[in-house]
Design a protein around this ligand. Structure first.
Ligand code: ADE
Length: 241
């Protein structure tokens, strides 16, 4: 999978690009991550990427010219005349976007080329979205100073689902949200720590009993913490039968 990022803070991505699972995936050539400085597409002496909003109001808005040129240089035009649509999928990270979920991560993991556009300031000129962006995504109902951390969240959630990136692909299937529910508690050695014992069933060697216990724990935790997830999880269980 190829991922291009457009940002005014390319340095923020470097440690993530070279560390841990993503670092290994990049070194192995499974993921190709290229980070681009938006200012490289500006033409004025001050390399300006923002301007005041029409209609007034606080803050600054990201100018359309450098952003659209950067996106088109990396992804091709959104609508060609009679041409095939572009191969790349262009995402803008923004609090106005649709919520980013595990289901969206799975969908994006099937793409071969993603272009992630990091907004800053009060927002991005709407014409960038209309002319060059395929989809706006938000990582949650809170406002960050820019799309860089959200882009890293999307990169990590998506790339770990790309075949070959995770050492043990099974662990992606059982974890939280993949099954529409939260995960239950996990334990490792020692069997007793500060007087607290690991539940006996996990040490029983009875795999069916362990699976039942885990399913029960997952359901109880989901009911207590995220009851909103349960209707969809029940639908999934029915569909699997
Ligand atoms: N940029 C600022 N806040 C954001 C959020 N919650 N999600 C995605 N991009 C953002």
């Amino acid at each position: 999978m190829r991922i291009d990022v457009i940002t005014i803070f390319p340095g923020l991505f470097e440690p993530f690009r070279t560390t841990s699972l993503l670092g290994a995936a990049c070194r192995d050539g499974i993921v190709e991550l290229a980070v681009h400085d938006l200012r490289d597409w500006t033409k004025d002496r001050h390399r300006t990427v923002d301007d005041t909003p029409y209609g007034g109001g606080p803050g600054m808005v990201m100018r359309p010219e450098p952003l659209v040129e950067a996106i088109e240089a990396l992804a091709g035009p959104k609508r060609g005349e009679g041409e095939e649509s572009r191969q790349a999928h262009v995402l803008l990270l923004s609090p106005q976007g649709r919520p980013f979920t595990q289901a969206k991560a799975q969908e994006l993991a099937r793409e071969t080329h993603l272009v992630l556009v990091c907004g800053r300031y009060e927002g991005v000129d709407q014409r960038v979205i209309d002319l060059a962006v395929d989809e706006e995504v938000s990582i949650g109902d809170y406002v960050l100073a820019g799309g860089e951390l959200p882009a890293l969240v999307v990169i990590e959630a998506v790339t770990r689902l790309v075949p070959g990136v995770m050492g043990n692909p099974e662990s992606a299937d059982t974890e939280s949200f993949q099954a529409g529910m939260l995960e239950g508690p996990q334990y490792t050695r020692p069997a007793a720590f500060r007087g607290v014992e690991v539940p006996a069933v996990l040490r029983s060697g009875d795999h069916a009993a362990i699976a039942r216990w885990r399913a029960e724990q997952a359901r109880e935790r989901t009911e207590a913490r995220r009851p909103d997830l349960l209707p969809a999880a029940r639908g999934d269980e029915r569909n699997e039968r």
